[in-house]
Design a protein around this ligand. Structure first.
Ligand SMILES: Cc1cc2nc3c(=O)[nH]c(=O)nc-3n(C[C@H](O)[C@H](O)[C@H](O)COP(=O)(O)OP(=O)(O)OC[C@H]3O[C@@H](n4cnc5c(N)ncnc54)[C@H](O)[C@@H]3O)c2cc1C
Length: 442
C-alpha cells in the first residue's frame, strides 16, 4: 500500500487540517518524483460571511504556529490578519493585569475563519480557511464543493457518496471533517476508530465598531478567570470592527453565558450600559476534549480535530502537526494501518500525553478560579513581575503559554513546579490573606 504515480487521494474537509495535508502531500510527492491527484470535499464556501462560511473558532493563530507556517514558506497575508495581538489581559475579581508578549512583537494573529460575521456591512474580511485552501489548490488540489454523506470501502478502496455524486477508487482517504460533522459517526466501531469526546462551547461576534475595539480592547486578548462553575476559560478577542467572545468549559448553555456577562469583573470592563445586541452572529460548536482512538486504518487516516488535537488551545497548530505527520507517512511509509501506526501514531501519542498534563494544569487553574486568595496571589505575582526585570517573569510566562497555547503543556508544567516559583506564589497567596485590596496594572 504505497502512493505512486497517478495515485488518487480524497480529503473530507477543506479546513486547516485538510488544506495543510494536501499542501504537504503535494510538496512531498514532488520531492520523491511522483504525480498524485487530490480531491478536497468541502461543503462550505469560505467566501460567505456568517455560519455558511465559518468554521466556528476564536480565531487565534498561536505564536508557535505563525513561526512554523513561516518556516514552510506560508506567510499569513496582512488582509487575513484582523489584528496582531501583543498582550493578554488577565481579569479576575481581584484585579486585572496585562501580560505583554515576551518580545513586544505582535506575533499572534487574530483572524476570521470565514469572511466575517453574519450581518457584516463591508465584505472586506479575508478568510483564513480560504487562504489555506487556496494554497492547496495552487499546488494542484481539486475542490469538490459537495457534502459527503456516506463512505464505504469497495474492493478495499474508499468510496465516497456526496449529496450529488459517487466518487470511487481512491488510494487514500484523509478524514479532516472536524468534530462538528456527522461523517465521523460513519466510521464508529469500524476498525477500532472512536471519534473524539467533545463538549459544547459558545462563540459570538460582538459588533462594537472599530473605535470601541481600539479604545477598550486594543491589541490585547482579554481573558477572564472567574469563579463560575463549569466555565474554564472566557476571552474577548479583538479583531477589526468585531470582538469575538469565546466561552470554553463544560456544556456552555444560555444560563452560563448570562452569568458570565453579568459578573461584575466583566461589566466593569465593558463600556458603561453595554448590552449584548439581539441577532448577533453566534454558534455553539463542539470542542474535542479527548482524542480519537485508532485514528487510522488501511487507506484511511484521521487528521486535525477528527483525529487528535490539543486540549482547549492551538487546535489549528495541532491540525498543522497531524496533517504534516500524516502526509509524511503516506509518502514515505505507505498508506496501510501498519504504516500509519509506525509513522503517524507517535505524533498523535505526543499530543495525547501533553493533553494529560494539560488536564492537570486546568485542574489546578480550576482550584485557583474557585479560591479568592489564590486568584489575588496570582495577580499580585504577575503585577510585580510586569513592573520588574523582563527576564524574571515566571508566572507571566506560565500564564502566557497556557492562554496562548504557544508552548506544550509539559513545558508549562515543568516551569511551574520549580521551587522558587512555588515559594513566590505561596508568599503572594499568604500576603493576599491579610489584604482585601484589588490589584490592577493595565
Ligand atoms: C469555541 C472554540 C474556540 C476555538 N478557538 C481556537 C483558537 O482561537 N485557535 C485555534 O488554533 N483553535 C481554536 N479552536 C480549535 C479549532 O477550531 C480546531 O482545532 C480547528 O478548526 C481544526 O481544524 P480541522 O481542519 O481539523 O477541522 P475544521 O476546522 O472543523 O474543518 C472541518 C471542515 O470539514 C468540512 N466538512 C465537515 N463535514 C463535511 C462533509 N460531510 N462533507 C464535506 N465537508 C465537510 C467543514 O465544512 C469544515 O470546513 C477553537 C475551537 C472552539 C470550539
Amino acid at each position: 500500500m504505497q502512493l505512486q504515480d497517478k495515485s488518487r487521494v480524497a480529503v473530507i474537509g477543506g479546513g486547516p487540517a485538510g488544506s495543510l495535508f494536501s499542501f504537504f502531500l503535494f510538496n512531498l510527492a514532488d520531492a520523491v518524483g511522483i504525480n498524485i491527484s487530490v480531491d478536497i470535499f468541502e461543503s462550505k464556501n469560505f467566501l460567505n460571511p456568517g455560519p455558511r462560511g465559518c468554521n466556528y473558532c476564536g480565531g487565534i493563530i498561536s505564536e508557535s504556529l505563525v513561526q512554523m507556517l513561516a518556516t514552510e514558506g506560508i506567510n499569513i497575508p496582512e488582509k487575513v490578519v484582523q489584528r496582531g495581538i501583543d498582550s493578554y489581559t488577565l481579569h479576575t475579581d481581584k484585579g486585572s493585569v496585562r501580560i505583554e508578549t515576551p518580545l513586544h512583537e505582535k506575533r499572534i494573529a487574530a483572524i476570521h475563519r470565514g469572511s466575517g460575521p453574519k450581518g457584516i456591512k463591508e465584505l472586506n474580511v479575508q478568510s483564513f480557511d480560504n487562504f489555506l485552501l487556496n494554497l492547496a489548490r495552487e499546488k494542484g488540489a481539486s475542490l469538490i464543493q459537495e457534502r459527503v454523506v456516506n463512505v464505504e470501502i469497495s474492493d478495499g478502496f474508499p468510496l465516497l457518496k456526496t449529496t450529488e455524486n459517487i466518487y470511487k477508487n481512491y488510494d487514500l482517504l484523509a478524514v479532516a471533517c472536524g468534530v462538528n460533522s456527522h461523517v465521523l459517526k460513519m466510521f464508529q466501531n469500524d476498525f477500532g476508530y472512536k471519534p473524539p469526546h467533545t463538549t459544547r462551547t459558545y462563540i459570538c461576534e460582538l459588533p462594537f465598531g472599530k473605535d470601541i475595539v481600539n479604545s477598550y480592547f486594543g491589541n490585547s486578548m482579554h481573558v477572564f478567570l472567574l469563579d463560575i462553575a463549569r466555565l474554564k476559560f472566557a476571552a474577548f478577542i479583538p479583531k477589526g470592527d468585531f470582538v469575538t467572545l469565546c466561552l470554553i468549559g463544560r456544556d456552555i448553555n444560555r444560563e452560563l453565558i448570562n452569568t458570565f456577562l453579568s459578573d461584575s469583573a466583566v461589566k466593569d470592563f465593558l463600556p458603561d450600559g453595554w448590552q449584548i445586541p439581539d441577532n448577533i452572529c453566534h454558534c455553539s460548536p463542539e470542542i474535542s476534549i479527548e482524542g480519537a482512538s485508532e485514528p487510522y486504518a488501511d487507506r484511511i487516516v484521521f487528521i486535525g480535530d477528527s483525529g487528535v488535537t490539543r486540549l482547549y488551545k492551538d487546535g489549528i497548530g495541532a491540525a498543522y502537526r497531524t496533517s504534516k505527520a500524516a502526509a509524511r507517512t503516506a509518502i514515505f511509509d505507505g498508506v496501510s494501518a501498519k504504516a500509519f501506526k509506525k509513522g503517524y501514531k507517535p505524533t498523535c501519542d505526543k499530543l495525547l500525553w501533553d493533553n494529560r498534563i494539560g488536564k492537570f494544569i486546568y485542574f489546578v487553574t480550576g482550584i485557583i478560579q474557585r479560591a479568592g486568595i489564590a486568584r489575588s496571589g496570582v495577580i499580585k505575582m504577575v503585577v510585580r513581575e510586569q513592573e520588574g526585570e523582563k527576564n524574571e517573569r515566571p508566572m507571566s510566562a506560565v500564564l502566557w503559554d497556557t492562554f496562548t497555547g504557544s508552548a506544550p503543556y509539559k513545558e508549562v508544567f515543568l516551569r511551574s513546579i520549580k521551587p522558587s516559583f512555588i515559594i513566590t506564589l505561596l508568599t503572594d497567596v499568604i500576603s493576599g490573606v491579610f489584604s482585601s485590596e484589588t490589584t490592577t496594572k493595565i
